[in-house]
Each structure stands twice: as C-alpha cells, then as structure tokens.
Design a protein around this ligand. Structure first.
Ligand SMILES: Cc1cc2nc3c(=O)[nH]c(=O)nc-3n(C[C@H](O)[C@H](O)[C@H](O)COP(=O)(O)OP(=O)(O)OC[C@H]3O[C@@H](n4cnc5c(N)ncnc54)[C@H](O)[C@@H]3O)c2cc1C
Length: 477
C-alpha cells in the first residue's frame, strides 16, 4: 500500500546535524590543496646564483609574471623563489570566483578612478582574453566554468543597491540581468534571497590550485628556474643590481618583481600601504544529486551576498559547496596560518551556511581553512617601484586577484622594463594606495570594524555609522 503523501514528505525530510557534528570530521587545510594533482615541490636554492629577472613569490602574481616575462623575452634568465610551496599562499586558498574586472568590480573602479572607466574595462576584457589563451596554449585544465557571477540581496532593502549596480553595468555594456525574488530562487534557492544581479559577462569559477599548478608547469616548460622552500631573508640595493639573500643561497639580479602578497620582504613602505586580513572558508562534502536538487543552482554561478560581513559561495566540479567569508585581523598582520584554527570561526561560518541553505541541514563539512587578503585603500591591484626602480611590488587585490593577478603581473613587468604600454599613462599605474595607520591603531580599528560588521546590517546604529566613517576616509568595506 503506498504511503500517504504526508508520510512520504516526512520520510524525505533530511535529519538536521548539529554544527558540532557537521564539523566533527573537518580537516583544517584547504580543500583545493588536498588533491593528487599537486606536483612535487621544486628543489630549494642552495647556492649563489644570478638572473636577469628575480621574482619573489610563487602565487598567481609571481607565476603570471614568470610566464609573461618568458613569453615576451625568451632569452631572459628568470628565477622564481617561493618561501613555501606554489599555491600554498592566497592563490591556493581562494574561493576561485573569476571576475572580468581588474578593479575589484565596476563600482570600485568608479569609486577610485572615475575618469578611466572605459580603459579599465578594456584592460579587464583583454586580461581575460589573455587568461583564456594562456590556459589553452599550455593545456591547463583548471575546471573552469564560465557561468557568470551573481550578487544576491539578503535583505529586501539591498535590492535597490543591486538596481543601481545593474544600471551601471548596463551603461558599460555588460550582459547582466536583474532577478526578482522568485527568479533568484529559481537560480539558487535560499529563503534569504530577495533578488539578484547576475553578471554573465565572462566570469565564472576555477579550481585555483590547479590553475597555479598549471602556471607552474608552463613556467618550467618555458625555462624558468623555480626554487620552492626558498624564502627571501634580506634584500640589498647594490646600485646596478639587487642582492637577495635566501637561507642557503642568494640571487643577484638587475630587476626584481615582488609578488609576495602581504609578507614582510624588508621594504617597510609596502606594509604601510597593504595590510593582511585573514578570510575563512568551509568546503562541504560533495552533495548528492538529491541534495543539489534541493537548492537548484543548475547554472552553477559564483555567488556573493550583500551582507556587510560578506559571504561568497560556489560549487566544485564534484559538487562540494565552497562557502567563505568571515574576516579577522591578527596584530601586525601575523601570517601564521595556525592562527586560523579557532573553532568558533568555523562554527559561525557553518551557522551562516545553514541559515542560507536550511535545506542542506544534513550536509557535513570536509575542509576548513583561512588565507591572507592583501587589503589596500584602492581595493584593487597596484604596482609600485622600489630599490631605485630595480624592484616593483605588485599586490593589493583585496580579495579579487584570481584573474586580476595576470593584469597585475603585466602592469608590474611593464613598469620594471620601462615599457610604454597604455595602462602606464593612467593613474592605475602612476598612483599608489594611501597609507594605512600603523600598529596599534591598525589592530584597534580592525577589531572595532569587524565587530561592527557583525551587527551592522541588523542593528545599524553606531556600527553602521562606524563603517560609513571608515568608508568616508577612503577605505573600501
Ligand atoms: C580565503 C580567500 C578567498 C579568496 N577568494 C577569491 C575569489 O573567489 N576570487 C578572487 O578573484 N580572489 C579571491 N581571493 C584573492 C586571491 O586569492 C588573491 O588575490 C591572489 O591569490 C593573490 O595572489 P598573489 O600571488 O599576489 O599572492 P599569494 O598567492 O599569497 O602569493 C604570494 C607568495 O609569496 C610567497 N612569499 C611571501 N614571502 C616570501 C619571501 N620572503 N620569499 C619568497 N616567497 C615569499 C608566499 O609564500 C606566497 O606563496 C581570495 C583570497 C583568500 C585568502
């Protein structure tokens, strides 16, 4: 005898896990790096050597710089030194949502360089062309899906902001659609979503570690000398050349590109302009077809929500959900990843996940990790000369560097080699982000700001006023 409809419904209802249970088997390491495709580390540098170009850092910036430098000047002897392993910095810890913009999105471009929007948009498009062509040229399989990025309003009041963003994107020729509540929930179902802006303009998702490993292989194929587990210990301007000491060797080069993110590399000015915020991420276990059907997501977009304490999420090739976005700051930007291990961080993130997707109350988390965000007042990449012009530092992506790092490396190389390329005429290449106050003001301001993030949307009051004050001082939130 068939079960009555109510009984069938009850039988199908998933059994909710407690957050403790859902996190009980979670390993504290990036999902992306837990992959047999990870190549073996290259040997460390154990002697004194010289090169035409030294690149410090084996993340996206350093790897894109190495590949582009060798493609542009095959005769160049290029050395890359990486303190740990390729992709173990921000690059292998990212959400992996690809944006067309090199400016952390069009609204940020309007905020920072309102007179150069057309050119900045063009750089973004050309950057993605180059990005795609490079992956094809070297056969890099990084699980890319070009399904766009979608910003979802988690409060009916936020729909107005999306409408303004929609108009802006339309004005600049983007393929965007504004979705009402029902249409949004047909794309991806959450009781929180009140509307969405879906930008289908050449954005999507990528496996960030596979991308970095593919770029590493391309660089090696082109003849780049890469040394892993080789940290820069000190840097000295020798006039004609720069001398970089590593633990067991040294590199002397007339040109150095620093793709070292927020790490301290002996140039104090860098850390006055960039600060390290830690961002945190959870990966679920792979969803079954039935679990995936509960939320829809057939178009598999990369998603951001409109919370002040923003969450972003996407699917992997195996249908794990990557769910990120809970920021913290450690005094003096302490980069020790052990600081990312606080259980309460992931409890809070898991709670945000279940609030967003209550239908997935039976889903567990396999991985949890944190990573460095190179925050700067521009909210997007800059390249600045040091060491009498023999060194150029490239960073500042503020959480949006998966594709923009290719452009950052391109702009950095153009400055380093004195080329007259179009971006060099614009403020993006000529200006640098403003100073961020030093410690302990940094730490205090970060603590108050992140505390304000937590209640700003629901409570408003002083929290909203504080965030608006920081924004008015020119710092992106
Ligand atoms: C949790 C998280 C989520 C993110 N999500 C997204 C996203 O969805 N989309 C997006 O576009 N961006 C995202 N980002 C940002 C993106 O990952 C970064 O902008 C990008 O990876 C920066 O690349 P990078 O090469 O400049 O820095 P890194 O990848 O950090 O590389 C810097 C490298 O320099 C090395 N290094 C440091 N000091 C030294 C030294 N002294 N000697 C030698 N080597 C040194 C480090 O070991 C490191 O490998 C995210 C970042 C994080 C942390």
């Amino acid at each position: 005898m068939p079960a009555p409809a109510a009984a069938r419904q009850a039988a199908r209802k998933p059994i909710a896990l407690s957050v403790e249970d859902a996190l009980s088997r979670t390993q504290l390491s990036p999902y992306w790096l837990d992959n047999p495709a990870q190549p073996p580390a290259e040997p460390k540098l154990t002697r004194d050597t010289a090169a035409d170009l030294l690149i410090v850092g084996g993340g996206f910036t350093g790897l894109w710089a190495a590949v582009q430098a060798k493609e542009q000047m095959p005769e160049l002897d290029v050395v890359v030194i990486e303190a740990g392993r390729v992709a173990h910095g921000a690059s292998g810890r990212a959400g992996g949502i690809i944006s067309t913009s090199v400016m952390h999105g069009l609204p940020n471009a309007v905020r920072v360089f309102p007179n150069d929007i057309a050119q900045l948009e063009e750089f973004g498009h050309r950057n993605l062309d180059g990005f795609e062509e490079t992956l094809k040229r070297y056969g890099i399989d990084a699980d890319i899906e070009w399904n766009g990025e979608m910003t979802v309003a988690v409060d009916p009041d936020h729909v107005e902001h999306l409408r303004a963003d929609y108009d802006l994107h339309k004005q600049h020729g983007h393929d965007v659609v504004l979705l009402g509540e029902q249409a949004t929930r047909e794309q991806l179902d959450s009781p929180l979503f009140a509307g969405a802006l879906w930008s289908r303009n050449r954005s999507g998702i990528v496996h960030p570690a596979k991308l970095a490993w593919g770029l590493k292989r391309a660089a090696l194929t082109l003849g780049v000398r890469l040394y892993e587990h080789t940290a820069l210990m000190s840097v000295k301007d020798e006039g004609e050349t720069v001398f970089v000491k590593t633990r067991d060797g040294s590199v002397r080069a007339p040109r150095v590109l620093f793709g070292s993110g927020t790490a301290k590399v002996g140039i104090a000015d860098i850390n006055r302009r960039v600060l390290q915020v830690r961002d945190h991420v959870l990966a679920t276990e792979p969803l079954t077809e039935e679990q995936l059907a509960r939320i829809g997501w057939k178009n598999r977009q990369g998603i951001y929500d409109t919370r002040t304490q923003l969450n972003y999420f996407r699917l992997t090739k195996n249908n794990n959900i990557i769910f990120g976005g809970l920021v913290s700051y450690h005094f003096d930007g302490d980069p020790n990843p052990a600081r990312d291990g606080k259980p309460e961080t992931y409890y809070r993130l898991a709670e945000a996940f279940y609030k967003t997707f209550p239908q997935l109350c039976d889903v567990r988390f396999s991985h949890a990790w944190g990573g460095p965000i190179d925050y700067c007042s521009r909210g997007s990449v800059f390249a600045k000369r040091y060491l009498g012009g023999k060194g150029v530092f490239v960073a500042g992506y503020t959480g949006f560097g998966v594709a923009a790092s290719r452009f950052g490396a391109f702009m950095g190389l153009n400055i380093l080699f004195g080329r007259n390329s179009p971006e060099q005429a614009l403020d993006i290449a000529k200006l640098s982000p403003t100073y961020i106050p030093p410690e302990p003001v940094r730490w205090l301001a970060a603590k108050v700001t992140f505390h304000a993030f937590d209640g700003a949307d629901a409570e408003g009051g002083w929290k909203r006023a504080w965030i608006n004050g920081i924004k008015a001082m020119g710092f992106p939130m």
